[in-house]
Ligand binder design. Structure first.
Ligand code: B12
Length: 217
């Protein structure tokens, strides 16, 4: 079976919200030695972008988005363990979570999986997490990085609240703060006092690696 067909199959399984198809194509991707990252990026995420576009044009509604998310997760569960990333030389702790008010966690989970694959010690707080949870875990684990995700514009405020809480508690001085998710930007990171911003899971790993190397020097 050729690569283009598997990628198109993954994309279509998400768009049509068909979990069984997503599982079948993900297994095919693994069996035929496709890179897990390519299957995620050029198959699943491509499909989810189509769903996002249709949803914002009111062509489909939340139940269809939920089915798409279910199909995406079914395939991700199979593909994420196969991510291969060059291992980090140092086992730094990364605390990651979705900020308060937001339940979108697919992107955060891809970033988490890439960080785990890169050899970091990742503490996943989950979704819809208040600032205290980030502060507590960052302190407890002596985190090198606190990473926050949000997909919604209104919940960008929760990122600012969390940065402020990290500063107030004194944790911030030993920790780099990284943010991501479509409504965020480098400008927004600067505005709220975060150190790093990345647009994708791959960029996030590269940025963490470079920043920790710089910090060590
Ligand atoms: C799937 C989905 C859902 C699913 C979520 C399932 C889940 N478990 O995550 C469900 C159906 C539950 C849902 C619910 C809602 N949704 Co919704 N949803 C989406 C959709 C279609 C796709 C999101 C997605 O998973 N993309 C795929 C992932 C892989 O991409 P990603 O998250 O961007 O992640 C990548 C990068 O951004 C980056 N990244 C992500 N996080 C981080 C973190 C760090 C630190 C770094 C460095 C990088 C990084 O790396 C990732 C991989 O490369 C988007 C539309 C879209 N185009 O995005 C709307 C969207 C995000 N939803 C939206 C809305 C409004 C809602 C609801 C409020 C709807 C409602 N009326 O109830 C609720 C949210 C309730 C709440 N309180 O949170 C809006 C947000 C609008 C806005 N800007 O504020 C969007 C944009 C749709 C739209 N156009 O209106 N949704």
């Amino acid at each position: 079976m050729d690569k283009a067909r598997i990628l198109a199959g993954l994309e279509h399984a998400v768009v049509s919200g068909k979990k069984e198809d997503a599982i079948r194509h993900a297994n095919n991707a693994i069996r035929h030695g496709l890179s897990a990252m390519e299957a995620i990026d050029s198959g699943l995420i491509k499909g989810m972008n189509i769903i996002g576009d249709r949803y914002s044009r009111h062509k489909i509604f939340l139940p269809q988005v939920l089915l798409a998310a279910d199909a995406m997760y079914a395939a991700l569960n199979l593909l994420l363990p196969h991510l291969s990333v060059e291992a980090a030389s140092e086992r730094a702790v990364i605390v990651i979570g979705v900020v308060e008010g937001d339940v979108h966690d697919i992107g955060k989970n891809i970033v988490r999986a890439m960080m785990v694959a890169a050899g970091y010690d990742v503490r996943d707080l989950g979704k819809d997490q208040p600032e205290d949870t980030f502060v507590r875990e960052a302190k407890l684990s002596k985190a090198s990085i606190v990473a926050m995700s949000t997909l919604m514009t209104p919940t960008m405020d929760s990122m600012k609240t969390t940065v402020d809480a990290l500063v107030e508690d004194g944790v911030r001085s030993n920790t780099l703060i990284m943010i991501g998710g479509p409504p965020t930007s480098k400008e927004f990171a600067d505005e709220i006092g975060a150190d790093l911003h990345a647009v994708s899971a791959q960029e996030a790993v590269a940025l963490v690696r470079a920043s920790l190397n710089r910090k060590r020097r």
